[in-house]
Design a protein around this ligand. Structure first.
Ligand code: 26Q
Length: 836
């Protein structure tokens, strides 16, 4: 009998039979101690919450394992249609508290730890964020898989296990300094490595046509450098329903520990180098949330994800059906999270034809009925393009297939619009020019049956603008799926005080049916309820500032009666943190002029990371810090105005922040923010939005009503009409307030010893070609902020608005979003899992 390290000869089925695990407090205490003492080797002298946190997480994870297996087996036994969510990013944040909530053991486990003299918050707080994403798109993927599990949909998330996640942001002298995020340094108890499901991924080499024994020609991709993809699985529990889905993240590992030829030739260093370059593929997350064009390593990451995930799906298929793919499309659906994994379209063609022997037509029919694509951006400069030359070098077989797909596509377009060469040029997957490029969005549209935007306005603009040619050709492909956020993490877990007040009033059905929050509406008229609501918001604000002071992040003497005004998101010109700063300077100027009685105290928080290579964004951070410094150290602002840059904004920071926020800043240039999801989290927690008619803001306002939303700014249409006629300098001239703000900025008031450092920022907003039209919206923004203050002064009125915002946030649950994806795109049948 040959030995195989992945096969045991004669195992008894009973090797996996275990007694059921207890769910009582003492069961958790016993298991906790076992792990803490026996596995981790700690004793009562160990003061680090890390090990206690790890021991507890292991005890909790144990209780997920049976259900994970049952879920897996149920899907298999039912041969159900499956969904695959392919994403380069899963911004998961922390796992422990979410697992406790979804398993329904938060109180039991809290009490268990209490009995051991441990404050569970310290353990929860000691967990590293899994920062495997940049921002909205990555967090959306994480919320989506939570909702899929809660809706009991058979969906697997496929992504990459980056060794280094999103960098840690530190601030030195007001500037962003990036530190590597080695999030796995202390281990990750939530993942399970499954070496036995590894696949080989090809790079480089060349292609040849070979004739097989049946005289059939096949393309061979040979002379490649192969890298092994090793899966690490994380359990994704649904909300108290027995379902545990899987997030499968791939790690790149060198195929052979060392290349023996080179090793024997004495070239030890070169052999090691090959290993390192293979393992570089999943070393680090690219920290830009817009396209950084043309980086070979990024393309390797994308292909690595696509190929490993598709091989995994096809291995599962052929294990049951051999090379019979007749029913493959009935049983599978792939959702591509932006164009990042869209090379999967060409890879599926390759695997079906070159490996499994299908014809072009059969393979293409399967591909374009199983792939669906979600777009997340309207900025044309952010659309991914890869140089043809680079693709030919790294992925020669895929480049051939893409050219073939394009040839077929061009033929179809020519039939539809004979002689319209201009349109052909616009629509081609290959962009001609000095350097030919592959337009990944075009590949994604051509190769999928569904193309969706992430908010109504965004989807509409895709159809009318960016993708209008494709819309004219295939209107049936286009649809909208307005984003959401999971109410488990973003209300139930992060704001337990508010959650229990809500549950006390309307029952707990809202946790899985957020539209039930509507039942809160009448409570907005109930004085006692309002008082309790207000009390909870105020206490949350106080906790937040206590936390900041404990962390030594600020010595600001914070007044809980001030408006807590928050803008947290990636730093981008289109998101217009600058507009926010202009307003803060305007308030400061008012205080200096003695205009105080008419204003309401305000504490402005701005947080977010800048892409390390995005100069302007980094300058914006510096400006925020400098302005904060001047304002906060001026005694005249005491108890009236303060500003703070929140360093290292991330998922767990938002969880801390959410409950206390009064005012949510959603102030992007209309038509630029595809959706936004921070806007939804804050609304759900009772913050009121000041915002433009952009992305999901429009739908938020529709839900909550104009009287509970502070609207300002030009519309997308007005922005469009203004281009070419925009004269910011004249606007500054005509507005006394703005003139004074610009004067303070330009006089060096905020860069006294750093002459000229903000010139490029100042020039950018004064430029008639400023695409973000910051100056154009200043007046309207400042007026809206005045309305905010007037509303805030009436505490009762404000609290009503806060309740109504929460009450009308039901639409923004990812349960609704995923329900729509499923009804209109995936068509999966929910699977009940019977706990064994
Ligand atoms: C591309 C190529 C090379 C390197 C990086 C990238 C890259 C990485 C991340 C490009 C874009 C992203 C992320 C984009 C993103 O987060 N978009 C946001 O998606 C949210 C969810 O749909 C929306 O709510 C936001 O409006 C949108 O900005």
């Amino acid at each position: 009998m040959p030995t195989n390290k992945f096969v045991i000869s004669n195992p008894k089925p009973s090797i996996t039979k275990l007694p059921e695990m207890g769910m009582k407090k003492d069961d958790f205490i016993d298991d906790f101690k076992q792990y803490y003492v026996h596995l981790l080797g700690r004793d009562e002298n160990c003061r680090s919450p890390l090990y206690a946190g790890e021991a507890l997480s292991l005890a909790v994870r144990d209780r997920l394992m049976e259900r994970w297996k049952s879920t897996h087996q149920a899907y298999k036994a039912n041969s159900c249609r499956r969904g695959y969510y392919l994403s380069m990013e899963f911004l998961m944040g922390r796992t422990l508290s979410n697992a406790l909530l979804n398993m329904g053991v938060t109180d039991t486990v809290t009490q268990a730890m209490y009995d051991l003299g441990i404050d569970i918050e310290e353990l929860i707080g000691s967990e590293q964020d899994a920062g495997l994403g940049n921002g909205g798109l990555g967090r959306l993927a994480a919320c989506f898989i939570d909702s899929c599990a809660t809706l009991q949909l058979p969906v697997i998330g496929y992504g990459l296990r980056y060794e280094y996640g999103m960098f840690t942001q530190t601030i030195i002298n007001g500037e962003q300094v990036e530190k590597p995020d080695h999030w796995l340094r202390y281990g990750n108890v939530w993942e399970v490595e499954r070496l036995e499901y590894s696949y080989s991924i090809k790079f480089g080499g060349h292609t040849e046509v070979q004739t097989d024994e049946n005289g059939v020609q096949r393309y061979c991709w040979i002379g490649t450098h192969d890298v092994l993809a090793v899966p690490f699985d994380t359990p994704i529990p649904g909300y108290q329903n027995g379902t545990v889905n899987t997030l499968r993240l791939w790690k790149a590992v060198a195929t052979e520990e060392f290349n023996l030829d080179e090793f024997n030739a004495g070239d030890y260093a070169e052999a090691v180098e090959a290993k390192i370059s293979a393992e570089n593929i999943t070393m680090v997350l690219y920290p830009n949330d817009a396209n950084e064009n043309g980086k070979a390593l990024r393309l390797q990451q994308q292909y690595f994800l696509a190929s490993a995930s598709l091989q995994d799906v096809l291995a599962h298929w052929t294990s049951r059906h051999g090379n019979d793919f007749n029913h493959f499309a009935e049983k599978s659906c792939f959702q591509l999270n932006d164009t990042h994994p869209s090379i999967a379209i060409a890879e599926l063609m390759r695997l079906l034809m070159d490996i499994h022997g299908l014809t072009w037509d059969k393979a293409w029919a399967l591909t374009k009925t199983t792939m669906a694509y979600t777009n997340h951006t309207l900025l044309p400069e952010a659309l991914e393009k890869w140089p043809v030359v680079l693709m030919q070098r790294l992925l020669p077989r895929l480049m051939e297939i893409i050219l073939e797909i394009n040839a077929h596509f061009i033929a179809e377009v020519s039939m539809h619009w004979p002689g319209d060469n201009e349109r052909l040029r616009r629509m081609s997957i290959i962009k001609e020019g000095d350097e030919q490029q592959v337009r990944m969005a075009h590949l994604a549209i051509v190769g999928s049956f569904s193309v969706n935007g992430v908010a109504q306005l965004h989807s509409q603009l895709l159809q009318q603008g960016l993708f209008s040619d494709f819309y004219a050709l295939w209107p049936h492909k286009f649809n909208n799926k307005t984003n959401g956020v999971t109410p488990r993490r973003w209300l139930a877990a992060c704001n337990p005080e508010l959650a229990s007040l809500i549950t006390e009033a309307i029952g707990d059905g809202w946790v899985t049916d957020l539209s039930q929050l509507k039942k809160l509406e009448p409570y907005a008229e109930d004085t006692q309820f309002r008082q309790r609501w207000h009390g909870i918001k105020q206490a949350a604000k106080q906790r937040l500032i206590d936390y900041k002071q404990r962390k030594n992040d600020t010595d600001i003497n914070f007044n809980v009666d001030a408006i807590l005004d928050v803008q947290v998101k990636r730093i981008h010109e289109y998101k217009r943190q600058l507009l926010n700063v202009l307003h803060v300077i305007h308030l400061y100027n008012g205080i200096k002029k003695g205009d105080i009685d008419s204003r309401v105290p305000r504490f402005v928080l701005i947080g977010g990371k800048a892409a390390p290579g995005y100069r302007m964004a980094k300058k914006i951070i510096k400006l925020i810090n400098n302005v904060a410094q001047v304002i906060n150290s001026d005694p005249d602002t005491d108890k009236k105005l303060a500003m703070l840059f929140l360093k290292d904004y991330r998922v767990s920071a938002m969880e801390r922040l959410c409950p206390g926020v009064d005012l949510s800043e959603q102030i992007s240039t209309a038509g630029k923010e595809a959706s936004g999801t921070g806007n939804m989290k804050l609304m759900m927690n009772g913050a009121i939005t000041i915002g433009t008619l952009d992305g999901a803001n429009i739908e938020i306002r529709e839900e909550v009503g104009d009287e509970n939303f502070f609207l300002f700014g030009l519309t997308e249409e007005q922005i469009g009409a203004r281009r070419g006629l925009y004269d910011p300098v004249a606007m500054i001239d005509q507005d006394e307030d703005l003139r004074q703000v610009m004067h303070l900025l330009e006089s060096g008031c905020f860069n006294q010893f750093e002459s000229g450092i903000f010139d490029d920022l100042i020039n950018s907003i004064k430029n008639p070609n400023d695409p973000w039209m910051t100056i154009a919206d200043f007046r309207s923004f400042a007026d809206a902020q005045k309305r905010v203050e007037d509303a805030y002064r009436d505490k009762d009125q404000w609290t009503k608005m806060s309740i109504l915002n929460c009450a009308n946030s039901g639409k923004f649950s990812t349960d609704r979003t995923i329900g729509e994806y499923n009804r209109e795109i995936w068509k999966l049948t929910p699977q009940t899992v019977s706990p064994k």
